[in-house]
Design a protein around this ligand. Structure first.
Ligand code: G6P
Length: 609
């Protein structure tokens, strides 16, 4: 959801900034721009992807600039075009600013600024900030002008500001949008996320809401909005540049699908205790007494993370016998939820920055609940604001459609299920069996990759269909939702996920020979029921793709196509059944010529409400 970057230091700024923007392009990709300062200002913006900006820049003639800022945009206010692209500048083209977030009182500010003679050129909310800075810049240094401007602004922001009058500094500030400062040797880089920074340094500081930072090439100083100096702790990022490169894969999504044996293993490694049939999740920071007194659990999340939460609900209710609800973050925060101190809230978020999830977290905390996080990005806002939690350790996920983060979230939820169930009815043997089942998953996922060619062939047959249904029961209902989401987000095929039995209450009306229906039909306690649903589809000439258990030959008589998955224990089933659905969505999108890693209108990290 918009990426911002600022660079000051020994290297030419233009190339460094554009490379940083490319790393963050998954955050937004409808327009981009760059501003460089050195006594005067160089500004270039354009509609489209970073590659369009890249091709417009004559780097040879920009080597004198060592300070600058850049932006990749996901439009909120104003259509994606060159005028609305960031950086935005003041009336004199002296100050340039990039912004991630939303300014809520921009209409009032805009009117006031116009009354003071400011000429605003764009339709964006952002532009008011740079004119406010201009207003205060007359008698103040840049850092003070930015601080004063921010006292007038309501909403969320991560900003970076440069001025041609003070080319030896960048001023950045944060409230509600992520911002990280990379501290290098004779260079500093500030960015919305660490992927733009790791190439230069692994030493970072995480800015907190309400903080401003004045950045020079050899140092920085942080302040709060009341001008008080704030001292910051420099932290280390524990992954490197390789983790955010494609490494020979055509797309990040494909690379991330194929990383899953490793990422699933990383999520349980060191946490399972095979001897005692239990797990350790020290990050929860809960005593035995607190764990024993949980009366209810609420999972709060958005998108794919919400699907993981729904799987968590099914697992924990079934195995640990604790009531659970999975809630959409955006709904939770506005529907006046009832919480008591024995209810435990988990927010689930890959990025740790999703605005609705963050707001729900704050709402739950404010109501006195203990709020824990299941996040991927270490040091993200959600990770820092929760009372404890579980990192999924999936490594950077760049493809906009989440894949490896989803399976890592489920893995962690299986661990949580073991932890809670062992305090209730799960026996030592059962605990050990679940751990064994989990340990087998990476190898089984590898075996599913062996079906890649058959899945591509199925994709060839159905790539031109306009609709697709995904049906599953029990634990596979959320998997059906996830399969449908994957397909619609990257291939723009209309897809719906449903509990298989609900098909009779509506979707069945859509079924004819043009409707592919994906069934998750592995051998479990609802197998007979799901095959009945398949027959209902077959009777109406629907085309059936079944995800089935290895060895199930009978299913071939009903389904048009079968994708087999290895035998497994029920509790880990979603970790396997979702893999072919990810692969199917990927191949259909590629065959339809879609931009798999950067689907239209979407963003990886949704930092606006
Ligand atoms: C966006 C992404 C999804 C993601 C959702 C929640 O919609 O495109 O892939 O599942 O946000 O993001 P989070 O980072 O909170 O898991």
């Amino acid at each position: 959801m918009c990426g911002i970057v600022g660079y000051i230091g020994k290297k030419p700024a233009a190339k460094t900034i554009v490379c940083g923007l490319k790393r963050m392009e998954y955050r937004g990709y409808d327009s981009s721009g760059i501003a460089l300062v050195d006594g005067e200002m160089f500004l270039r913006k354009c509609k489209g992807k970073i590659s369009d900006l890249d091709s417009k820049l004559d780097y040879e003639n920009l080597t004198q600039y060592h300070t600058g800022i850049g932006h990749t945009r996901w439009a909120t206010h104003g259509v994606p075009n060159e005028i609305n692209a960031h950086p935005h500048t003041d009336c004199n083209s002296e100050i340039a600013l990039v912004h991630n977030g939303i300014i809520e009182n921009y209409l009032v500010l805009r009117k006031k600024l116009q009354e003071h003679g400011h000429i605003l050129k764009s339709d964006t909310d952002t532009e008011v900030i740079v004119h406010l800075i201009e207003y205060f810049y007359k008698d103040n240094p840049l850092i003070e002008a930015v601080r004063m401007a921010l006292t007038k602004v309501e909403g969320t922001y991560g900003i970076a500001v440069v001025s041609s009058r003070e080319p030896e500094r960048i001023v950045a500030a944060k409230k509600g949008s992520p911002l990280i400062l990379g501290v290098g040797e004779d260079e500093m880089i500030v960015a919305s996320d660490a992927s733009a920074i790791v190439e230069h340094t692994r030493k970072v500081i995480y800015l907190e809401d309400g903080e401003l930072v004045e950045i020079k090439r050899d140092g920085f100083q942080t302040f709060d909005i009341n001008k008080r100096i704030v001292s910051k702790h420099i932290e280390d990022i524990d992954w490197d540049i390789e983790a955010i490169e494609k490494q020979g894969f055509d797309h990040f999504m494909l690379k991330e699908i194929f990383e899953q044996p490793e990422t699933i293993r990383n999520a349980f490694r060191g946490r399972v205790l095979p001897l005692t049939g239990n797990v350790r999740l020290d990050g929860l920071q809960m005593t035995d007494e607190e764990l024993n007194s949980i009366e209810k659990i609420i999972f709060i999340a958005c998108g794919t993370s919400w699907h993981a939460g729904l799987i968590g609900e099914y697992l924990i209710e079934e195995y640990a016998r604790i009531p659970v609800e999975a809630e959409y973050a955006s709904e939770f925060r506005y529907r006046k939820p009832i919480l008591n101190k024995h209810e435990l809230v988990f927010v689930i978020s890959q990025s740790g920055e999703t605005a609705d999830t963050l707001a729900a977290l704050r709402e739950a905390k404010q109501k006195g609940a203990r709020v824990l996080g299941i996040t991927n990005v270490v040091g993200s806002t959600i990770a820092r604001e929760t009372d404890g939690g579980i990192y999924i350790h999936a490594g950077p996920e760049i493809g906009v459609a989440s894949t490896k983060a989803f399976t890592s979230q489920i893995t962690v939820l299986v661990l949580l299920t073991i932890l809670l169930s062992r305090r209730h009815d799960m026996t030592l043997e059962e605990g050990r069996a679940v751990i064994q089942a989990l340990e087998k998953v990476p190898e089984s996922v590898e075996r599913i990759f062996g079906m890649n060619d058959s899945i591509r062939e199925i994709a060839e047959l159905y790539k031109d269909k306009s609709n697709c249904l995904f049906l599953g029961r029990g634990l596979h209902f959320p998997v059906a939702l996830e399969g449908a989401l994957k397909l619609k987000e990257i291939s723009y095929v209309h897809a719906e996920g449903y509990p298989a039995a609900e098909m009779k209450h509506g979707p069945i009306a859509l079924i004819d020979e043009n409707m592919p229906v994906v069934f998750i039909a592995v051998k479990d306690e609802v197998y007979d029921k799901i095959t009945s649903n398949m027959l209902e589809v077959k009777a109406r000439s629907g085309r059936i793709i079944a995800i089935a258990s290895e060895g199930d030959e009978e299913i071939k008589e009903i389904a048009d196509h079968v994708i087999y998955i290895p035998e497994h224990s029920r509790i880990v089933s979603p970790l396997l059944t979702v893999i072919p659905l990810q692969m199917l969505a990927y191949h259909i999108a590629v065959l339809r010529g879609c931009d798999v890693d950067q689907p239209r209108n979407l963003a990886k990290s949704v930092t606006v409400e």
